[in-house]
Design a protein around this ligand. Sequence first.
Ligand code: CNA
Length: 281
Amino acid sequence: ISDDTPTETLRERSLAAVAEYITSGKAKRIVVMTGAGISTAAGIPDFRSPETGLYANLAKLNLPRPESVFDLLFFKENPKPFYVLAKDLYPGNFHPTISHVFISLLAKKGLLHQLYTQNIDCLERAAGIPPELIVEAHGSFANQRCIECKTPFPADRMREHVARAEVPRCIRGAECGGLVKPDIVFFHEALPMLFYERKDLISSADLALVMGTSLQVHPFASLPNYVPEGVPRVLFNLERVGGLGTQADDVLELGDCDTGVRKLADQLGWREELEKEWRDL
Ligand code: CNA
């Protein structure tokens, strides 16, 4: 779209217009779609950022491809690289970011229709977003089980294994001996049913916020396409991604997402509340 393309719903393509749209009460069902970029400020590397991303730092693990570390077929042959990496991502060591807290604030104000996250770091829950409003599309580190017999593996023992980068085996011992893996979705694995069940909620949304994702992993990457025409989509990301910016009411806020979110909070008059919620976590 060009600068002179007329908008359908917003006064203009700007964060100020998005804020007006929200404060006027027209946005009551906001959907949010997030990726690793909302957690980088917490100290968790993303996949694809050049130099700082996990993929840029996997050379030492001697993998055929960086993606192999999250590939089920590769994991069955060589689970060690995953456990070396798991230490960098493991929940409990990180504090939610302003972006997480902003989503939590939307929920507190009754405006969050659904959050779809690709992240596995559990920071959405840590920020206080009600679990029933979260779809963890790629699972999470919250639970783990044997990949053969599916027997759950205790959380405290998992934490010890991850801390030592040691591969855990099924608690049934010699009887099974299968590898244990957190319930995060690897390549070659199906997404949770909840993702498919809740995807339809997007068609009743009146605003979509897309934050910190390269939109490269399918089927998640297609979620912004389900936002109905005329419903504004706002991208908070370092770079332009997916088809964002091609519809009349798309707003691109390119830069780091915490800065973008603070800007929106200023326009909404929520800034003080946001910072307080973040400090008090
Ligand atoms: P990605 O492909 O690494 O893309 C991250 C995107 O965020 C890129 O477009 C970056 O430019 C952008 N970005 C990075 N930092 C910021 C920032 N501060 N502000 C705004 N934008 C930023 O990650 P995706 O989530 O898109 O890819 C999907 C994978 C990554 C999922 O399967 C996740 O499970 C996986 N992942 C998750 C985590 C986590 O849980 N925190 C960490 C690393 C990877």
